[in-house]
Each structure stands twice: as C-alpha cells, then as structure tokens.
Design a protein around this ligand. Structure first.
Ligand SMILES: Cc1cc2nc3c(=O)[nH]c(=O)nc-3n(C[C@H](O)[C@H](O)[C@H](O)COP(=O)(O)OP(=O)(O)OC[C@H]3O[C@@H](n4cnc5c(N)ncnc54)[C@H](O)[C@@H]3O)c2cc1C
Length: 438
C-alpha cells in the first residue's frame, strides 16, 4: 500500500496502488475491488482517489509511439506528460493546442478531465484536439475511439473522469506556433463589468486572455484586478530560453504558511507591479506565461498538513455578474480570502464530452487554505450560490460538492452511466452519485 495523493492534500485517505506502474498486464481482477486510473495526481480533489479500491498508476505508460512533424500529430501512451510532448514538439515549431495551467499532467489525465486553458475562447478544450485513443475495459476488451469510431464512447471518455476504462494511448493534434515567446499586455480593471468589456475587446484579437484580482480588495462590486492578454511574438523575436523553476518546496510544512496577512501583502504588491506595467507590452517565454505556478515546485506544500480546497465554477454569462458578486460577498463576509483568484470567460464551443466542465460563461477559480468546518461551511454557501445562478463546479478541482449540487450542474450526468465500467469507481463518483439509484 502506498500513498498517491491529491494536489490539494485535503482529507487524505490511504490509497492502494498497483506497484506504482502498470504496463501490459491485464487490469486487476474486479474481484479485488474497484479500480481507477491515476495519472500525475494534479487534480486538486478526489477525482483521482479511490479509497474503497485500487489506483492504477499510468506512470509506466510513458512511451511515444509516433510524431509527424509535418502535420503535428502525436501518438503517445497515456502516462506521457504534456511537458514531455512539449520537449519534443516545441523545437519543431509545434505546441499544445490547449494547455492547462500546469504542464506536469499526463495525457490520460488531460483527456479524462477535458482540461481547458487561457485560450478556451479560441481553441475550446483539450478534447477538441484529441483525434483518437484506445480504451481498455476491465473485461479485457479494447475499444478504438474517435469521432467516427465508437463516437459515443469517445464522448463518454473525454471528460469522463477515468470511469469508462483506462486510456492506454491517445493521438492528438498540435498547432503550429511562430514563436515560443509571447507579447503580453496587462490592463487594470476594477469590476466584473470592466473585466467582461476587456474580454469583448480582446477575444477576437488575442490568443490568450485571463483575469486576476485581489480577493481581499473586493467591496460592493469593486476590486483591484489585472487583465492579461497575449499573442505569440514574431518569429524574429530573439531568445527562446525555456522558463526555469524558481524554487521548490522540498517537504510538507507542518503549518499553513499562506496566512491572510501575507496574502494581502502579496496581492497588493502584485497589483502594484501589474499597474506599473500597464500599457506596455512585455515579451516573455510562453511557458512562463502559461504555467506561472510551475515555477515553484510542490507549491501545494505551503498549505501545510491540512492542505487546501479550490472552488472553480462556471456561471452562464447572463447570470455571471450577480453570481460572482454574490460569491465574493459571501467570501468577504466569511473573512476568508486567497491570493489565487482567477477569472476566465469561456467561449461558446459545444462541449466535447458528456461531463466536460467548460460551457459558455465566466469561470472563477479561488484557493482556500483548509481551516476545518469554517471552510466547509463557506463552500456549502458558495456551492449554493453557484447552483442558484445556473452554474456548475469543476470536478477536477472539487473535494466536497454534494450529490444535489452535482445533479444541478450536470443534469445530463446519467448519460454517462451506461459507459461507466462496472469495475471502476472513484471517491468523487461515490460522493456525487450517493443517494441516486444506479
Ligand atoms: C497548478 C495547476 C494548474 C492547473 N490548471 C488547470 C487549468 O488551467 N485548466 C484545467 O482544466 N485544469 C487545470 N488543472 C487541473 C489539471 O489539469 C487536471 O486535474 C488534470 O486532469 C490532471 O492530470 P493528471 O495526469 O495529474 O491526472 P490525475 O489527477 O492523476 O487524474 C485525473 C483524472 O484522470 C483520470 N485518468 C488519469 N489517467 C487516465 C487514463 N490513462 N485513462 C483514463 N482516465 C485517466 C483519473 O482517473 C482521474 O479521474 C491544474 C492543476 C494544477 C496543479
């Protein structure tokens, strides 16, 4: 038995693993209990946990199978990480069509959560760029899934939270880039309406957009925010030095060092720095822009033994302003804040998978140090606001949504059920389907 953790490190339950790396053997017998694929453990909550059964680590599924540098098609085993793909593809002028906020996730994990990035308004989700994959079921059968072959299995598995079987390999299409550097512009904003106006004027012209705001500064619909938009620089822009890690947190700290005073100071300083750069275009390595948190290895350990929770929700556009303001009012009333507070307007791409999280609207992501019942009560209240505003919570980030909140956000979730492998389950799935007749 060994511990395969969740990124939020909250509520750790010992997990059984299969010798930390499954390869060609048949999947374990269902008589040993349920199983669940485990990629790089970068999901915050419990979608990659299965305390009632086993975890099948894909760490050893780490081989490239083919790369066509003419078309940008890559085929690789599902344990290959996105950073491994970038290492091969970037020097040849190719990049991931969609990249989440960390490059240390596996191909299988990116498919199972149908991850999104700062260019959702342009490129949709990761699943939109998946061409095909092989799905291994617990009965030993293997299905080749694409938009033409077993399309229903394709739609169930993209965003299917690892429940439909184990993706052994996948083929994705990359996109051409003219430079690994980006021209980044930072523009201050002070309300959600201002943020949305900036999205209106930038979504057509800029490949990447994202908003950050100081959660502690929120009062009566106003806050200190920074909108960032970026495009790839000209190929002639010199220098392509990849971003390097700045620091590493080598072990778990006994206490949470992410204190409100420190967060307030950090937020104020960060905003001041952003304002100072407003109106100027800064050129920087794409990796530094896309994966700022990757520069501090194991930053999740800063939250100490109790870990942290993230709320990431999306609220439809019509309700976004009132919904997000209500969320921020509730956070302010609970006197809890965070330095990670991010806004992103999703585009109108039709979802790729049955349970894909992104939908047209505004997504808000906030980290909270776990402080026991007070945090859980706050999350109950926040989930209630999300529900009442027609929104949904992102499973990859969630550790405590109730079955009712899940059903409200994903009214079609039962469409997944016929595809769920009877020998697969997760703590997330057990929680959000509990009380529903199966
Ligand atoms: C710093 C940071 C920033 C992030 N930013 C973003 C972001 O911008 N956008 C976004 O969408 N997400 C983001 N995430 C979340 C992350 O991208 C997802 O949780 C991703 O799915 C993690 O991949 P993983 O390899 O770690 O998978 P795990 O966390 O190990 O597993 C995730 C899910 O995938 C399933 N799975 C894994 N491998 C397979 C397989 N081979 N076959 C079938 N199912 C499989 C698991 O069962 C589980 O349900 C971020 C995470 C971090 C830590």
């Amino acid at each position: 038995m060994s511990e395969l953790q969740t990124w939020g490190r909250y509520r750790r339950t010992p997990q059984k693993s299969i010798d930390h790396g499954w390869r060609d053997a048949p999947l374990p017998s269902p008589s040993l209990g349920t199983m669940l694929p485990y990629g790089q453990g970068r999901s915050y909550g419990d979608v990659a946990q299965n305390s009632g059964g086993r975890l099948v680590s894909t760490r050893n599924l780490d081989r490239f199978m083919s790369f066509d540098s003419g078309t940008g098609r890559v085929r690789a085993e599902s344990g290959v990480r996105l950073c491994d793909i970038l290492e091969v593809a970037t020097p040849l002028g190719w990049y991931l069509a969609v990249a989440p906020g960390t490059q240390f996730v596996s191909l299988g994990g990116a498919i199972a959560n149908d991850v999104h990035g700062k260019n959702h308004h342009r490129a949709g989700t990761f699943g939109h760029h998946v061409l095909r994959f092989e799905l291994l079921r617990s009965d030993g059968s293997r299905l080749l899934c694409s938009r033409d072959e077993h399309p229903d299995w394709f739609a169930a598995t993209v965003g299917g939270l690892g429940l439909t079987g184990l993706v052994t390999w996948a083929e994705i299409s990359l996109r051409r880039i003219r430079s690994t550097r980006v021209d980044v512009e930072t523009i201050p904003f002070a309300s959600l309406s201002e943020y949305l106006a900036l999205c209106d004027s930038s979504d057509e012209t800029h490949e990447y957009t994202v908003g950050w705001f100081d959660c502690f500064s929120y009062h009566g619909g106003r806050f200190r925010g920074l909108f960032t938009r970026a495009n790839h620089a000209d190929a002639s822009t010199p220098g392509t030095r990849p971003a390097r890690a700045l620091a590493n947190v080598p072990f778990e700290l006994p206490l949470n060092v992410v204190r409100p005073v420190a967060m307030r100071m950090f937020n104020r300083a960060y905003h001041r720095l952003g304002r100072a750069h407003a109106g100027r275009v800064a050129t920087m390595p794409l990796d530094r822009f896309l994966y700022p948190l990757d520069r501090i290895g194991h930053w999740n350990r800063l939250y100490g033994k109790l870990g942290f929770l993230q709320l990431q929700c999306v609220i439809p556009l019509e309700q976004a302003r009132s919904g997000i303001e209500e969320l921020l009012d509730r956070i302010a009333a609970a006197r809890q804040g965070t330095f990670l507070a991010v806004l992103k307007r999703f585009g109108a791409h039709p979802p790729c998978g049955i349970l894909s999280f992104p939908r047209s609207g505004v997504t808000l992501a906030l980290d909270f140090p776990y402080r026991g019942d007070a945090t859980l009560q706050l999350f109950d209240a926040l989930h209630d606001s999300v529900r009442r505003h027609g929104g949904r919570i992102y499973p990859a980030k969630d550790a405590c949504m109730t079955a009712a909140t899940f059903e409200a956000g994903y009214p079609d979730w039962r469409r997944l059920e016929p595809f769920v492998d009877p020998a697969f389950s997760s703590d997330f799935w057990a929680r959000v389907t509990c009380g529903h007749a199966k």
